[in-house]
Design a protein around this ligand. Structure first.
Ligand SMILES: [Zn+2]
Length: 323
């Protein structure tokens, strides 16, 4: 960043200081015994004043109270997976940092004051202000700025029940700095691309994978009764014979069932990642990836044709394509 760019950037971010990040957020649930119990179970806090009504009534608290450490819990917005988080000024501010290369974020410290015990039935509302942005700092993680937010918690009467200061470092990771980029630019020793998780090969199935490596999809066949079976195993389920040989599959079949894998996304796999149970013409089924089609094009009963192919440096697999 040139000195002018830095000045512009700092003017932009400083305009956020002193502003509320959004409208006060009222907790989705009032303080309640079920959430208190879950919290104490998760944290292992066995104080009976949180969950034992009879004990709490006789204690100096005069009844059940919520653990003070739950203060922030009562106004949290919930799991990000279940809903789209609302854009607020804090997220907007972080986006400005991101756009200028300060993509790293690290929670550094938090401090909390508790003004009174919360009890079942209390309603907590959080009011958060961007309180301070530090001067530019050089840290072990990289160059960045500390952003401090202060949240005031109020109850159903508008009275303060607590306060929390939270500080994060928004930083430009060291590897992203110009010097680091210059030193790696053009370097030939790029790390190898990630590969798929390799299938374990054991006494009973190594032969099957070795055939795959040779480009052949094999199906085990019982020598006693001729029944085909997959995955490979030592004994026939029909006649208990342990004698077997194998036939080569035609690689023709149809989709018996399928799913699209979304999460977690493993490195080394192509996405969208379609996995199907393929019913082979020979009668056995196997699990394989579907390729050459979009998720919405796949249907049960779709005719497919397999191709044994290399998917990365370490793995050969049968992939199935629309026939
Ligand atoms: Zn058999």
């Amino acid at each position: 960043m040139t000195p002018e760019e830095t000045r512009d950037f700092e003017a932009k971010i400083r305009a956020y200081v002193g502003r509320e990040v959004g409208a006060p957020t009222r907790g989705k649930d009032d303080v309640n015994p079920a959430m208190i119990r879950h919290w104490t179970e998760v944290t292992g806090d066995e104080s009976p004043v949180y969950c034992d009504q009879a004990f709490a009534a006789k204690s100096s608290k005069g009844g059940i109270i919520a653990p003070p450490t739950m203060l922030q819990i009562w106004s949290m917005e919930g799991y990000a997976m279940c809903q789209r988080p609302e854009m607020d000024l804090q997220r907007e501010l972080h986006k400005i940092f991101d756009a200028h290369g300060f993509v790293g974020v690290l929670g550094t410290n938090t401090s909390t004051d508790f003004y009174r015990d919360l009890r079942p039935g209390d309603q907590v509302t959080a009011h958060t202000v961007i309180d301070n942005i530090s001067e530019r700092k050089t840290t072990a993680r990289g160059v960045g700025y500390f952003i401090e937010t202060v949240t005031k918690f109020t109850d159903q009467h508008g009275a303060d029940v607590g306060r929390q200061v939270f500080r994060v470092l928004k930083f430009m990771p060291n590897a992203e700095t110009a010097e680091a980029k210059a030193s790696t630019a053009g370097a030939a020793d790029k790390p190898a691309p990630p590969t798929r998780i390799q299938a374990p090969r054991g006494h009973d199935n190594a032969w099957w994978w070795e055939a795959i490596d040779q480009g052949k999809l094999m199906i085990q066949r019982c020598k006693g009764c001729g029944t085909l079976r997959h995955p490979p195993r030592p004994m026939c389920g029909d006649c208990n014979s342990t004698e077997w040989d194998a036939i080569e599959s035609s690689l023709e079949g149809e989709v018996y069932s399928f799913t699209e894998l979304h999460y977690p996304k493993f490195p080394g796999y192509p996405y969208p990642l379609l996995c199907a149970v393929v019913q082979l013409r020979e009668g056995t089924r196997l699990i394989a990836n579907l390729a050459g089609c979009e998720p919405e094009q796949v249907f049960i009963g779709m005719k497919v044709r397999g191709k044994v192919e290399r998917v990365d440096d370490k793995t050969v697999l049968p992939n199935f394509y629309p026939a």
